[in-house]
Design a binder for this molecule. Sequence first.
Ligand code: ARG
Length: 462
Amino acid sequence: MSKTNQQWGGRFTEATDAFVARFTASVDFDQRMYRQDIQGSVAHAKMLTKVGVLTEAERDAIIAGLQEVQEEIERGEFEWSVALEDVHMNIEAALTEKIGITGKKLHTGRSRNDQVATDIRLYLRDEMVLILSELTRLQQGLLEVAEREADTIMPGFTHLQTAQPVTFGHHLLAWFEMLQRDYGRLQDCLKRVNIMPLGAAALAGTTYPIDRHYTAELLGFERPSENSLDSVSDRDFAIEFCAAASLVMTHLSRASEELVLWTSAQFDFINLPDRFCTGSSIMPQKKNPDVPELVRGKSGRVTGHLVSLLMLMKSQPLAYNKDNQEDKEPLFDVIDTLQGCLRAYADMIPAITPKKEKMREAALRGFSTATDLADYLVRQGIAFRDAHEIVGKSVAYGIEQSKDLGEMSLDELRQFSGQIQADVFDVLTLEGSVAARDHIGGTAPNQVRAAVVRARAVLAAR
Ligand code: ARG
């Protein structure tokens, strides 16, 4: 083994300090991109052959050698070396060890700068496809439960105070809509991820007659990138992905907070099957909603990584800087975390069952049909502000008497307005209240069912 690093030893007179070698290495975390690194190298070798830089025999030796390396990695037999710094140099060194001098020709017309930028995009693209399909599975689950619970009535809240009755199906469709926008954001981001930096070389392009359109086509990229300086340096595509992921996690954290509340003894709205919960080692009665709690907690870490990447990129001069090696751990952790949370949620959502009686009682308890009474009075010709006042007084009376509006007799209600007739009870029931909100986007059960049909068509068109 030579004193200096074999990849750049030429101009060095001493070996890298052992600690510095470890400190600057990324192989411990970038080795997960080995498949994409090899995929990129195979395409690069094919392109170099097409333009006459490599012979067909050299190309075939390189591809066969890379295949062997990949198999070794997949069998768990590959020895990753920190001295070789990163996944790119580890694989290239192994290739050269296998096929000799031809292995050293693979790096013609490229740099690790465009190589790593390409690898990350290939890797992220693959993972985003999985994320999008898991998101779809979660949305399908939400539609399934929303349809099943289109008639189930629960209190709707503002300020976490009972506001108006809504249907449980309608509530779940609100979650669906949040995720629908998240899907669109990720899809849009994918368009910009799927652009090929390879060919930018170190920063300025290369003197070889490369065919970037051909390489892009081989790798399934939409097109080669336009500017070499930009291609090797910007990680905005990763930042954008983390921003979209942060919103998914923010949405899941909101759902999680509700699931945690709903499984509490105080709400007791839903049952979360035991397989999504854990117990307490000291309190035998406990069944904790761990999955929603953990997802809620993990949302913080994803947004933290987004901020890390923004700070990493901020003020970096063109073109590549070693700073960018720091892009991987946050990005990979966002990918892993998002995939885990989506999987847990997609498995869990279809399994939640509402405790319909509890939801109903809660909706009845909070004067949730007060607005319906006011609207009724408006229909009798009373101005809304006056109607508001009349209903306010009825509610105050109800609190004093421990009676909901629907439980009062007609005479009791008529103390507050002579305009109130026997038909008032149609609007004071929970069913009457939700059924009356009968327009697109409203909580009426038939609107929920129609929304489910439209949403299914959207998913089917993906
Ligand atoms: N390991 C490096 C990274 O992750 C690869 C690119 C290194 N390029 C360089 N000129 N040092 O960014």
